[in-house]
Design a protein around this ligand. Structure first.
Ligand SMILES: [Zn+2]
Length: 94
């Protein structure tokens, strides 16, 4: 579970709480004064973009949500003969 950072509106400062990504609240009670503390937006992951491993992970995650459009099957080029049997030329074209 990732760690999320919250900031108390009183002078208690920042604190961290672990939450599942799907259930992370926008605010959490301060552990010191129980004040409603908004979640902070952290700049996590901005410095990791140079790593080849993280680039591959980002590319894999991107392909799940924005896959490349494939317009044909790979392999044999169009208009190449399927068969070399001369009797097949008499058959109707598909
Ligand atoms: Zn507080």
């Amino acid at each position: 579970m990732p760690v999320y950072e919250f900031r108390c509106p009183a002078d208690c400062g920042r604190f961290e709480v672990r939450h599942p990504m799907a259930l992370v609240p926008s605010a959490e009670s301060c552990p010191s004064c129980a004040a409603e503390s908004p979640r902070m937006i952290a700049a996590v992951g901005l410095s990791r973009s140079g790593s080849a491993v993280h680039r591959a992970m980002d590319q894999a995650a991107l392909s799940a949500s924005e896959p490349e459009v494939v317009r044909g099957s790979p392999g044999r080029a169009r208009n190449s003969p399927v068969t070399t049997d001369p009797r097949h030329r008499k058959l109707p074209a598909p």
